[in-house]
Every structure is written in C-alpha cells, then in structure tokens.
Ligand binder design. Structure first.
Ligand SMILES: Nc1ncnc2c1ncn2[C@@H]1O[C@H](COP(=O)(O)OP(=O)(O)OP(=O)(O)O)[C@@H](O)[C@H]1O
Ligand SMILES: [Mg+2]
Length: 298
C-alpha cells in the first residue's frame, strides 16, 4: 500500500494537487463538493478538468457522488498524498518506505529523513474498518468525510503529545512533524509488548512504562487512557519500552482521569504478573505515576 502511495504521488502534477487541496479545504462545508464549485476555483478548461477528475477518481484519490448532482470528495488515499506532499516539502521526510504496521485506526509506514534517520509515519484511518463494514450493507451511507476530519484531529492530538513528552521521558517516540491526518515520529526498532515472549529484565521494562505515564501526568497533565500490551513497543537492542498511540489522552480536569489512570496502571501490572511473574503493588505504582513518591518500590 505504501509503495503504491509513493507511486501514485509521483504521478500527480500541480493542477492535480490543487484539485485535491480544494476538496480538502471544502471538506468541512460539503459532503461532495459540487462540480460547479470546482470549475469556479480551478482555472482549466472544463474538458481538461473532467479528464483530470476522472483520472483522480480512477486512482481512488477522490470519489464521485452517486447522486444526480455531480460532486467529488477526497478519499483517505487522496488525503495521504496531500500530507505526503507537505511532509516532503517541509523537509520532515525525504523517502517513504513500506507499510510496517496496520492498526485498527491507522496505517504506519517506515520513512527516512534527508539525513537518513529512520522514521515512522502514522496515517490515521479512523472509522475506515467500520465504514467499510457499514457501507457493504448500506451503499448510500457515506460518512467518510467525518472520518477524515476526525483522523486529522487525532493526528494533531498525537503530535501535540509526542512533540512535548520526549523532553521529560525517553519512553515515548519523538514527533518530528505532522500534516493533516499524518504524524511523523522516530522509528522504534522493536516489537509490541504482546509479542515479547521473553524479556531479560521485565521489571525494568515495567518501570519504563510507569516512567512515561508519570512524565505525561506530571509535566503535561494527561493520562494515556488506552494502555495495553498492544500500545507498547519494546526496542530489540536494549529492551527500552516506548508507549505509542496517544490520541485518546485526557487531561487532568476530566472527572474520569483518575479512573483511566488506574485502569492503565492496573492493566500493565496484571499483564506483567501474568506473563512474567512480576509482582508490583498497584497503590504504590499509582502514587509513583501521580508524582506523590519518587520510587515504585518502598
Ligand atoms: N514509532 C513507531 N515505530 C515503529 N513501529 C511503530 C511506531 N508507531 C507505530 N508502530 C507500529 O504500528 C502499529 C500501529 O500503531 P498504533 O498502535 O499507534 O496505531 P493504531 O491504529 O492506533 O492501533 P490500534 O490497533 O491500537 O488502534 C503498532 O502496533 C506498531 O507495530
Ligand atoms: Mg494501537
């Protein structure tokens, strides 16, 4: 899919990009942007415009309305191209690699900066799975537009956390940039915790996780709220855990924040108990994460 994305991206000229940009700009206003509006904004002869819209539809970057009133909207793939265009132009990434992770709400690709540093680009796809399921049953239900908007919000939220938090902890990836529904962060050469059968020092890994939760709570005033063995990646070389997947975080002024914090802490403690036989007191761990004590033990 990523190779495909890079290939598609190469085939677009600046007029194609202007069309995509226009549809993106009008995402908030229209379910499908009427053809007359596109004609009024893109200064090319109607015949050429029709050809371009047809081609972009064939490439699945935009979608034509099925109603009698001709209109078009952006697809996730179209938004990918725009985000990619920004990230390359801003010098955040220089090369795009292949897909390395497919979450329920995103697709993650490997990339490189101009200095050859390895990066991960997370393209949000909120609602895509459920959308496909629903649209198979009800063809007319096309709410992908709202999913695009929500994906952008999620990327912005994740960027805001991952650009700040690395100042206070090494246990999260560092964000380098963001555009639309895509976040660029450091690539972690590791495996998700749920796939780690063995760890040399499981207690240290658990402390690393607490460390990130504590930094988030104390310095940013936030709680992850979706912590599990699927949202921790452990580096292969040195067994450092990194907490990923932050868009659902809540602030400390949320009345439920302490409940979420407890759930996060309890969840990992139970997991480490079950899988690695590590015993940690929940109350002490919580006090540590909240910044009330400086040690997990004692
Ligand atoms: N910075 C990174 N470095 C390396 N791999 C990553 C990175 N970020 C994400 N991944 C990979 O991509 C997968 C999906 O990432 P993430 O959990 O952030 O997305 P998601 O779509 O929100 O997942 P979920 O299925 O939990 O909703 C991860 O399980 C991991 O394999
Ligand atoms: Mg995840």
């Amino acid at each position: 899919m990523l190779v495909l994305l890079a290939e598609i991206y190469k085939e677009l000229d600046y007029i194609d990009k202007r069309i995509l940009l226009l549809l993106d700009k009008l995402l908030i206003r229209y379910e499908y942007v009427p053809l007359s509006v596109i004609e009024g904004s893109i200064n090319v002869p109607p015949r050429e415009l029709a050809l371009r819209l047809g081609r972009l539809s064939e490439m699945k970057l935009i979608k034509r309305s099925l109603t009698s009133r001709t209109g078009y909207r952006l697809t996730f793939l179209g938004l990918d191209c725009l985000a990619l265009d920004d990230l390359v132009r801003d010098g955040v990434i220089a090369y795009l690699g292949s897909s390395i992770g497919m979450g329920k709400e995103s697709e993650v690709y490997i990339a490189k900066s101009s200095k050859e540093a390895l990066l991960a680009v997370k393209f949000y796809r909120i609602g895509k799975a459920s959308f496909q399921k629903v649209s198979r049953v009800r063809q007319y239900l096309t709410n992908e537009r709202s999913w695009l908007i929500r994906s952008k919000l999620a990327a912005e939220r994740e960027y805001s956390v991952l650009s700040e938090l690395p100042r206070y902890t090494e246990n999260v990836p560092r964000a380098f940039g963001w555009s639309r529904h895509a976040v660029v962060m450091s690539f972690i050469n590791g495996v998700e915790l749920y796939r780690c059968r063995e760890l040399r020092k499981p207690t240290e890994v658990l402390y690393g996780i607490f460390n990130a939760l504590r930094a988030a709570f104390i310095h940013l005033g936030i709680v992850h709220s979706d912590l599990s063995e699927y949202n921790v990646v452990v580096s292969i070389v040195d067994e450092v855990p990194y907490i990923i997947d932050w868009p659902q975080y809540v602030y400390r002024d949320n009345p439920l924040h302490l409940e979420y914090l407890k759930r996060d802490v309890l969840y990992v403690i139970k997991f480490f108990k079950r899988r690695y036989g590590v015993s940690i007191d929940v109350g002490k761990a919580l006090r540590f994460v909240k910044g009330e004590v400086n040690e997990v033990i004692g």
